[in-house]
Design a protein around this ligand. Structure first.
Ligand SMILES: [Zn+2]
Length: 297
């Protein structure tokens, strides 16, 4: 082997188990690719353990990677306080949509969850709350009948027990495999939000990338306080559909969290590392047990 071939060989990944034996394995210890993750914005390679420690925010440029629902709960609520509700509820193929069962099965396998939302009760900074977290890994967080039912039940529980509701949204919209029944969830969840609001209780939404379609057109934008993660895409229809409908060129980044903040659609853009403290503070400010002295602070 000449020096050039040797250099090339050095950069090759072992192709199979046999090549990973003997001299090659001794001289070239195998480093699993998943140890390093390339940031899509700054293109730097980041150690996955560093990324996890930093709540999946790129330590070099601040890019917010998407987070699975369980991990989001872990980073938001006080340790050991999350108590899941309706975790065993499953979707069925109610309108006999072709291949829907197959899609549900693969969504369950890839996400390890039964549905596109996880709901439950928890403490955030010592404050009791009902929390719902959507999951982009389950059919891109699409809203089916079970998603809507779980969110509605979470609101009903919160209204009954006089608790605030926090929802982290991420969604491609209503689930087309459930037809009109998925669209009905927009009205059902909105009704539950209204009853919770009429009882004088606090509802905070946290929009994460991407929040679109029927979820944006219902409970995502109905929060008393609407927060967002930086650079999240938030919209109803896609830009091409809007341009073709209104026959006008749209401004750049018009569906970004920052643009929506500027136009008054959302209240604040909060980096992930500050989210838990921000939520805890907001719940505390609106708590029914807060004293007059605490209000003045
Ligand atoms: Zn980066």
């Amino acid at each position: 082997m000449n020096s050039l071939t040797k250099d090339l060989f050095h950069f090759l990944k072992p192709k199979n188990e046999l090549e990973n034996q003997g001299e090659f394995a001794e001289n070239h210890p195998y480093i699993p690719e998943e140890l390093w993750i390339k940031c899509p914005v700054c293109k730097n390679a980041v150690l996955s353990s560093d990324l996890m420690e930093n709540h999946k925010v790129c330590p070099k440029c601040g890019y917010h990677f998407r987070v699975a629902a369980r991990q989001r709960i872990e980073m938001t609520v006080d340790e050991g306080t999350f108590c899941e509700m309706d975790g065993e509820m499953n979707s069925t193929n109610i309108i006999d949509f072709p291949d829907y069962e197959k899609k549900l099965k693969s969504a369950k396998l890839s996400s390890g969850e039964n549905e596109s939302v996880i709901t439950g009760t928890a403490k955030i900074g010592g404050e009791d709350a009902v929390i719902a977290v959507m999951n982009s890994q389950f059919m891109m967080g699409s809203m089916g009948t079970v998603t809507g039912e779980k969110i509605t039940r979470a609101f009903e529980y919160a209204t009954q027990h006089r608790l605030p509701v926090i929802i982290f949204t991420v969604s491609g919209g209503a689930r087309m495999q459930e037809g009109i029944l998925s669209l009905m969830q927009m009205a059902k969840t909105s009704g539950a939000v209204k009853l919770h609001s009429d009882a004088g209780l606090l509802y905070i939404t946290v929009l994460t990338d991407p929040t679109t379609g029927g979820v944006t057109a219902s409970f995502a934008m109905e929060g008393d306080i609407i927060l967002s993660e930086p650079h999240a895409l938030i919209g109803f229809a896609g830009p091409r559909v809007i341009e073709q409908t209104i026959r006008q060129k749209l401004p750049k980044d018009f569906q970004s969290a920052e643009f929506l903040l500027e136009k008054g659609f959302i209240d604040a853009v909060v980096p992930r590392n500050e989210m838990k403290d921000t939520l805890a503070r907001l719940i505390r400010y609106h708590s029914e047990t807060i004293t007059e002295e605490e209000k003045d602070v």
